[in-house]
Write a protein that binds this ligand. Structure first.
Ligand SMILES: C[S@@+](CC[C@H](N)C(=O)[O-])C[C@H]1O[C@@H](n2cnc3c(N)ncnc32)[C@H](O)[C@@H]1O
Length: 303
């Protein structure tokens, strides 16, 4: 029997074959299969990934999933789950597969071509919001620049938390800026946040606050967990500091006093980055701030 004949079924020549069994009976079966597929180095959080991807297909929240773990799985979800897990096994980030990531309680659209916002960066935003709220001299709100804005995660969450601030996000990547514009529209921040294409601070005249989460990895820090994200959002020369080396002298020319600069780093860069900041801002207070996990995560310059 040819493949075509098999696809058409038995017709008049005999009883129709039984429909192929669904790949999974219940949500519990599907999760158990996916966790096994994602274990062994594919994912650092196999259970969470399996659950988020299944809930995405089902459009269920966690409570619904747990209430219906033993019910028969709807057919569309049962057949869609296997290819989705295969893409995760091949290294695609969960956020790309579901098309969004939560950051500072807001939903950001993400996908190939833009960095997935990380929880460590939320610590930078929280620290900055507290400092800005404590500064009384910025009548009418500070002018904030988010350099290397990517999806707009920092710029848009600052604008939403600081209603008086004027915010501009800059990025070199037209694709990243497309995601940032979509996120700006979804968050209703079109009137409050500017998004411009440019190299570091070249498009900017002056600022009270500069937030930077620029690429800072070294080439040897590439691993499978980040291989699908754009290299131009991750790497910055042999020691990972090329972009900050270029940024800091520009920032020193543009930053008002009072002014604040924050820049996310890798914990291994603490000393080198502190030295770069002190060289660019010799009379300012330079400090290293830790993330919630206790790692040195960003440098602050209070100017
Ligand atoms: C680590 S990602 C950060 C994205 C976002 N700020 C976040 O925290 O999720 C760095 C971003 O910097 C951008 N970038 C790289 N080089 C740049 C440059 N010379 N000028 C402006 N942006 C740059 C990349 O395109 C990328 O979107």
């Amino acid at each position: 029997m040819s493949g075509d004949e098999r696809a058409r079924g038995g017709g008049a020549r005999g009883p129709a074959p039984a429909p192929a069994p669904l790949p999974f009976g219940t949500a519990r079966d599907a999760l158990a299969w996916a966790v096994a597929a994602l274990r062994d180095g594919v994912s650092e959080s196999p259970r969470l990934d399996a659950e988020v991807l299944l809930r995405h297909l089902l459009d269920w929240d966690r409570a619904q999933l747990f209430a219906r773990l033993n019910d028969p799985l709807p057919e569309a979800a049962a057949s869609g789950y296997r290819p989705l897990i295969a893409r995760r096994v091949a290294g695609e980030p969960v956020a790309y597969l579901v098309g969004e990531r939560e950051f500072m309680g807001l939903s950001f659209v993400v996908g190939p071509g833009v960095l997935v916002p990380r929880p460590e960066t939320e610590d930078l935003v929280e620290w900055l919001v507290a400092r800005i709220r404590a500064e009384s001299r910025w009548h009418g709100g500070p002018r904030i620049v988010d350099v290397g804005t990517g999806s707009g995660a920092i710029a848009l969450s600052l604008a939403s938390l600081l209603p008086a601030a004027r915010v501009v996000g800059v990025d070199l990547s037209p694709l990243a800026l497309r995601y940032a514009r979509e996120n700006r529209a979804r968050l209703n921040l079109d009137r409050r946040v500017g998004l411009v294409r440019g190299d570091l601070l070249a498009p900017i005249g002056a600022a009270d606050v500069i937030a930077a989460n620029l690429p800072y990895l070294r080439p040897d820090q590439l691993h499978t967990g980040i291989a699908d994200e754009p290299a131009e959002a991750l790497f910055a020369g042999q020691d990972g500091l090329d972009l900050y080396r270029a940024l800091l002298p520009q920032a020193a020319r543009l930053l008002h006093s009072p002014g604040i600069l924050v820049a996310e780093i890798d914990p291994s860069q603490t000393v080198a980055m502190r030295d770069l900041c002190r060289a660019a801002f010799p009379t300012s207070t330079v400090q290293v701030q830790r993330d919630l996990a206790g790692f040195d995560r960003f440098v602050s310059v209070v100017h």
